[in-house]
Every structure is written in structure tokens, then in C-alpha cells.
Write a protein that binds this ligand. Structure first.
Ligand code: NAP
Length: 251
């Protein structure tokens, strides 16, 4: 049987988990695609490519040139552009696509959430009075917070962003998840965090910050997800493996 050539659009723990599962699958030749957003990406157990494709047309050309049989979009729920490009390129090429994602977090008793739609709304939600703010929403969206220099910011990112220099009172925490609950409790306690800013990323790897905020009575400004792509969507890795097996068996 011909090996299935699979493209995995990555950048999440789901994509990494899928790559690990496929590393020992002799019938699937999978390539993990990274945007190139982080300087030192974690090592991958399967082939890897790095960098944008050049929009939907570029991705369409890649699918054709690399004889890709199927695509798993395992990008982050906030990577809306890549997901839209994948949908459009796969439709135009007739290549099957599945989205592998995690459900959003939902509010539980004790959570003190303010839900917002944009980073500008998140800045507004911090209010005018000085607060100690834990920023965990990612490197690319830091610039908005330079409009509220009255706060002290604890900024957790993988790579140091240039925009951070414009936050006068800041402490950088350079690290990569997953994060344990006890570490989140210790960090938020030590830094006297009063308000946490996060995307509603969903998934287990970064949920302990939400739990820690609940336990410590800390407010959370949480960004709602963008509209999900209108594609077949799975949330369990076994279901994704079954989807792949089904396409492997197709003539
Ligand atoms: P985005 O806004 O949806 O995508 C911007 C551009 O980056 C895309 O148009 C594409 O360039 C390129 N790109 C994105 N993901 C790619 C991939 N897996 N392989 C190749 N090119 C990719 O995405 P983003 O929000 O900047 O996220 C970038 C990466 O970080 C994604 O892999 C995502 O899964 C990961 N990530 C994002 C977040 C977040 O909060 N947004 C959080 C954690 C991880 P071309 O148009 O040139 O193809």
C-alpha cells in the first residue's frame, strides 16, 4: 500500500502529540509544519518544515508539489489566518482536511472572569488603577499593553519580544509550558499577581493558571476565541488517528 503523505499544521501540544503517535507508523509519511514563530522550537520525532507557505495559493502549490494526500490542522485556536488558508487551499485542491483542536475552557464556580473580544478590550478591562498583571497571552500581542504603563506586568513568553521594552514596570519570565498547578500558585503568590490576562486557549497544558487564579481569587481577563474554521473538527487524538487510517485505506 502507498504511504499516506500527511501534512500536520503545528504549533500546539496536539500537533506534537500527533507527531509522536505517527513516528512509529510505517504507512504514514508525516511532515510537521511550523510557522517559525519561536527561535528554538522543540525537537520533532518526524520530518519538519518551518515558515509560512505564502498564503492559500502558496499552500495549494505546496500540497501539489509535495503530493500531500491529507492535512491535519492542529494549529492554535487563535491561529485563525492559517486555519482559513488551510480550509481554502484544501477545498481548492480536493485534499481532505481535519481540524484537531481542544474545546475552550468554560467558567467554573469561583472563577472571576471578564470575557473580552480583543486585546484592546483586555487593556481596558485592567482599569485605570495600578495593578500587578500577569500577561500570558503571547508575545505577538504585547504592544496593546504599552497604552497602560501604570501597571506592573509579569510577562510570560517563550522568546523575549521587542515590545516588552516599552512596558516600564515589567518582569520577564521566559519559559515554555506545560505548567504545573503548584508552580502557577507559587509564581502568582510570589509576584503578588492581582489580574491574569489569557486567551481562552483550552486544553490541559496551560489550564493550571486558570485553576491557580480561581484558588487565589485572582481576576482573569480572558479573550474569546475567533470563529472556528468550518471544517470537520475532532478533539480526541484517537479519532484523528482513525481519520488518518481511513484516508490511508482509501484508494
Ligand atoms: P496566524 O495568524 O493564523 O498565521 C499567520 C501566518 O503564519 C499564516 O498566514 C502562515 O503564513 C503562517 N503560519 C501559521 N501557522 C503555520 C504553520 N503551522 N505552518 C506554516 N506556516 C504557518 O497564526 P499565529 O497566530 O501567528 O500563530 C503562529 C503559530 O503559532 C501557529 O503555528 C500556531 O499554531 C502557533 N501558536 C499560536 C498561538 C496564538 O495565540 N495565536 C498560541 C500558541 C501557538 P503563510 O500565509 O505565509 O502561509
Amino acid at each position: 500500500m502507498k504511504r499516506l503523505r500527511l501534512l500536520i499544521l503545528a504549533g500546539t501540544s496536539e500537533a506534537s502529540a500527533l507527531a509522536r503517535r505517527l513516528a512509529d507508523e510505517p504507512d504514514v509519511e508525516a511532515v510537521l509544519s511550523l510557522a517559525g514563530a519561536t527561535a528554538n522550537p522543540a525537537p520533532a520525532p518526524i520530518a519538519r518544515r518551518i515558515g509560512g507557505f505564502g498564503g492559500p495559493e502558496g499552500l495549494q502549490a505546496y500540497l501539489r508539489d509535495e503530493n500531500i494526500d491529507a492535512v491535519v490542522d492542529a494549529t492554535h485556536p487563535f491561529a485563525a489566518r492559517m486555519s482559513a488558508n488551510a480550509l481554502s487551499a484544501c477545498r481548492a485542491s480536493g485534499v481532505p482536511l481535519v481540524v484537531f483542536t481542544r474545546p475552550p475552557w468554560t467558567r467554573r464556580e469561583g472563577d472571576r472572569w471578564t470575557e473580552v473580544a480583543t486585546m484592546d478590550e483586555a487593556v481596558e478591562a485592567l482599569g485605570p488603577k495600578r495593578k500587578i498583571v500577569f500577561l500570558t497571552q503571547g508575545r505577538l500581542e504585547l504592544a496593546a499593553f504599552t497604552r497602560a504603563p501604570q501597571h506592573r506586568y509579569i510577562v510570560r513568553v517563550i522568546d523575549p519580544p521587542a515590545e516588552a521594552a516599552a512596558l516600564p514596570d515589567r518582569r520577564m519570565v521566559l519559559t515554555r509550558g506545560p505548567f504545573a498547578l503548584e508552580d502557577e500558585l507559587a509564581l502568582m503568590g510570589r509576584e503578588k499577581v492581582e489580574i491574569l490576562v489569557t486567551k481562552n486557549s483550552g486544553g490541559a497544558a496551560t489550564y493550571p493558571k486558570i485553576e491557580a487564579a480561581r484558588m487565589l481569587g485572582i481576576e482573569v481577563v480572558i479573550l474569546r476565541r475567533p470563529k472556528p474554521p468550518e471544517a470537520n473538527t475532532l478533539t480526541a487524538i484517537d479519532d484523528v488517528m482513525a481519520w488518518i487510517a481511513c484516508h490511508r485505506a482509501a484508494p
